[in-house]
Design a protein. Structure first.
Length: 355
């Protein structure tokens, strides 16, 4: 692939620390109505100096989301899909986002893709404030800055065109001089050169997905987004597709965010963030030892414990206790005993101690 920087920014986690920045000054209480939350957040935003914290330059993180709120309103109900989500993704990172169905993963990805607007909050991609882009800038952003792979291939590929034509189409309105060569290179990159004349209905789900990745890469996006790219393929094909993303990241420095349900696959990446109820709740980072050997085929990803797990602490000091730990404490009500002992914070069931 031409014009890509090899191995750029590959070792963002060499200090093995989570880089997620949590900023949830907004108190979301269950009794508050979405409008109240929204107005609290917007007035808070109005009081802040707006864009001067992130500017349009190459040193800005690839993604900076602050306090993102999304409320879907239908005549019957209002859904709080994102509840003050904060996330920072550096250039050159491969990040997986996991979370239960309905936790807000697609909502967030669609916002990154410029396909949806938030109800409140800030979102910067490549130093650009997405919510301040004009219509024309938004069109250019979608064409040049992000590439999107959907789970539903009907959305990725035009059925009346063959694979080659599908890949060359996004380049038609750009100044790319070598469109044909680039389309052939991309076919090669995803291992589909032999099927360049095939149409959508002549390809398997996994093959369509590989073509979809080539289409998303056509305009050399700075950020590649994939929503459940392995959701409807078998294990072997899912492994192949995931390895393709890993290769794009490690060999070409491509920044990638993948939403996945597949916990086994997510263990293969350097960083996994978990969304719970529209907020980042925890994060897993590949252990230093594995970062050093991440190119090695000797790692048995599915058996080894490869990642360290971190809970995310917000600015107000709140954390979400992982559900399993909370259940094992078997609290009778919502009180928990907190003690501090030689730099270790203990959380205990107060009743248990009395017995
Ligand atoms: N257009 C919409 N109108 C109303 N509610 C919506 C809309 N889109 C999403 N939602 C709601 O927002 C919440 C988050 O949805 P989202 O699609 O982001 O979840 P998800 O984490 O991607 O789930 P899944 O894993 O099932 O794809 C859900 O409760 C969903 O019902
Ligand atoms: Mg989804």
């Amino acid at each position: 692939m031409r014009n890509n920087v090899k191995n750029s920014n590959k070792k963002n986690h060499k200090d093995n620390k989570p880089v997620s920045e949590v900023k949830t000054d907004m108190a979301v209480k269950s009794e508050e109505k979405p409008e109240e939350i929204l107005s609290a957040v917007t007035s808070e935003m109005a009081n802040e100096a707006t864009d001067n914290d992130v500017t349009d330059n190459a040193n800005a993180p690839m993604v900076l989301a602050e306090n993102l709120v999304k409320i879907y309103k239908t005549p019957e109900l209002e859904v709080l899909a994102l509840q003050g989500l904060d996330l920072r993704v550096e250039r050159g990172e491969l990040t997986a986002i996991i979370g239960n169905s309905g936790s807000g993963k697609s909502t967030f990805l669609n916002m990154l893709g410029g396909l949806d607007e938030p109800s409140a909050g800030k979102l910067f991609v490549d130093g650009k404030n997405l919510f301040k882009l004009s219509k024309k800038e938004k069109v250019l952003y979608k064409r040049d800055t992000v590439g999107f792979v959907w789970q539903n291939n009907g959305r990725n590929l035009l059925p009346y065109m063959n694979a080659f034509e599908n890949i060359i189409t996004p380049m038609q309105l750009t100044s790319e001089k070598h469109k044909k060569e680039r389309a052939l290179e991309l076919l090669d990159l995803v291992g589909m050169s032999h099927r360049k004349n095939s149409k959508l209905n002549q390809l398997s789900g996994g093959e369509q997905q590989r073509i979809a990745i080539a289409i998303a890469l056509a305009n050399k996006p700075k950020l590649l987004l994939a929503d459940e790219p392995t959701g409807s393929v078998d294990r072997k094909t899912a492994d192949y597709i995931f390895d393709l993303f890993k290769r794009l990241n490690s060999e070409y420095g491509q920044t990638i965010i993948i939403v996945t349900h597949d916990v086994a696959l997510s263990k293969k990446v350097q960083r996994v963030v978990a969304i719970r109820d529209g907020k980042i709740s925890s994060e897993r980072i590949l252990k230093e030892h594995y970062i050093m050997n991440s190119g090695s085929s000797e790692i048995n990803w599915l058996e080894e414990e490869t990642q360290d797990e971190f809970a995310i602490v917000d600015k107000a000091g709140r954390i979400q206790i992982p559900r399993k730990m909370l259940d094992s404490l078997a609290l009778k009500d919502n009180k928990i005993k907190v003690s501090f002992d030689d730099s270790i914070i203990r959380l205990e069931n107060p009743l248990k101690e009395e017995n």
